[in-house]
Design a protein around this ligand. Structure first.
Ligand SMILES: NC(=O)c1ccc[n+]([C@@H]2O[C@H](COP(=O)([O-])OP(=O)(O)OC[C@H]3O[C@@H](n4cnc5c(N)ncnc54)[C@H](O)[C@@H]3O)[C@@H](O)[C@H]2O)c1
Length: 355
């Protein structure tokens, strides 16, 4: 087996995670060889991890032993670096968001066509256990036909300093987290997105969206409601899914959760009014426990959730063994939904889409 050699451009937090992950999992199909970063202070850590450093990106691209490039810089330079690497004859994996605008990704896709090289994106959250658990339970049909999926990630620590707070460097929560949460649901539902409505907030970082709520509608009528918050001192559940015969909730990344399914409709209304603490209501009065079934759900133990999944599909495609599972065309649709979200926020109206 030939071991592929990877060169890294941009040796920050995420690139280090890639290196550590392949080392810890004892990944054999590829190994990191060296790095190039604008900031030479990064090289000491690189050396400690057994990597060489290059004087320029060009020098790294001229290293014939390297056949794969990881682009893990801030977002504003992804496009030019990916194109340079493809044109130098390398296969490329780029961190998310793949680019800042869909037009830049379209340019990359032209170069992929021209060079015949393999290009993929680190949309690694398709294997997050909370997502896989939600998907499995929904696909088992336990809650019937879903009509609203709510997906939220929320914290209260604000946005990390640096490029993430600067618009022109690709900062903001839509490009940071939105890209993952939209990708998860567009990967789960192979359907057109026909409507996008989004509100963004700049609570503590004037240049960028530090919080947003997005509603997108699939062709079948399914609604996905996605919220990202960096100012939530109390958080919602990670997932809530409303189906026509039940509801699913997953609390957080630990995957503790519950499904409640209706056993008996209990919709035979009595004549008398029902009194709750909030006053009389028959519609919203709690139902009896005997009329529902409660099923506890928990972390799936058979799911591999690390970067080896992303690298395996990349290497399979390079070796001609299988098609990519993380395809540029999929990332392009996600980019277009995000652009519709920005447009919706700017115009304060829902945007009809055909994505
Ligand atoms: N997939 C995920 O779950 C995930 C998680 C975190 C970050 N990311 C992505 O990874 C990328 C990097 O994020 P990070 O948190 O590691 O950022 P970071 O700021 O820690 O590191 C970025 C590095 O790139 C270097 N750099 C910038 N421009 C460069 C250039 N033109 N040439 C060479 N080096 C350059 C910087 O000096 C820095 O060392 C971003 O695209 C981010 O969105 C993905």
């Amino acid at each position: 087996m030939t071991q592929h050699k990877i060169g890294i451009i941009g040796f920050g937090g995420m690139a280090n995670y890639h290196v550590d992950c392949l080392k810890q999992t004892n990944f054999k199909r590829a190994a990191f060889k060296g790095v190039y970063d604008l900031n030479p202070e990064k090289y000491e850590l690189a050396r400690k991890k057994g990597l060489i450093s290059y004087n320029s990106f060009d020098e790294m691209l001229k290293d014939e032993e390297i056949d794969m490039i990881l682009v893990a810089t801030s977002n504003e330079v992804h496009k030019e670096l990916v194109i340079e690497a493809l044109e130098a004859g390398k296969n490329v994996i780029c961190e998310k968001p793949v680019t800042i605008h869909s037009s830049e990704l379209e340019e990359i896709m032209q170069v992929v066509k021209k060079t015949g090289k393999v290009f993929t994106i680190d949309q690694n959250r398709r294997t997050n256990k909370d997502f896989v658990l939600m998907r499995r339970k929904v696909e088992e049909g336990l809650i019937g036909k879903p009509y609203i999926i709510e997906s939220r990630v929320e914290g209260s620590r604000g946005v990390p300093s640096g490029w993430r707070t600067i618009k022109e460097l690709g900062g903001g929560m839509m490009l940071d987290w939105g890209v993952h949460l939209i990708d998860q649901l567009m990967y789960m539902y192979d359907e057109k997105v026909v409507n996008v409505y989004c509100n963004m907030f700049s609570l503590h970082y004037p240049e960028i969206d530090d919080n947003f709520c997005l509603t997108m509608k699939f062709e079948s009528g399914l609604i996905a409601h996605i919220e990202v918050g960096t100012n939530n001192f109390i958080v919602h559940p990670r997932w809530m899914v409303m189906g026509d015969i039940g509801t699913l909730q997953i609390d957080d990344w630990n995957c503790d959760g519950e499904i409640v399914i209706w056993k008996d409709r209990e919709n035979q209304w009595e004549e008398e009014i029902v009194y709750t603490k909030a006053g009389p209501t028959k519609t919203m009065a709690p139902r009896s426990e005997k009329s529902v079934e409660r099923i506890k759900i928990s972390e799936p133990t058979d799911v591999v959730d690390d970067l080896t999944v992303v690298y395996n599909q990349f290497i399979d495609a390079i070796e001609g063994k299988a098609e990519l599972t993380i395809k540029p065309e999929q990332a392009l649709r996600v980019m277009k939904v995000m652009e519709a979200a920005f447009e919706s926020n700017e115009k304060s109206e829902a945007i009809k889409t055909n994505i």
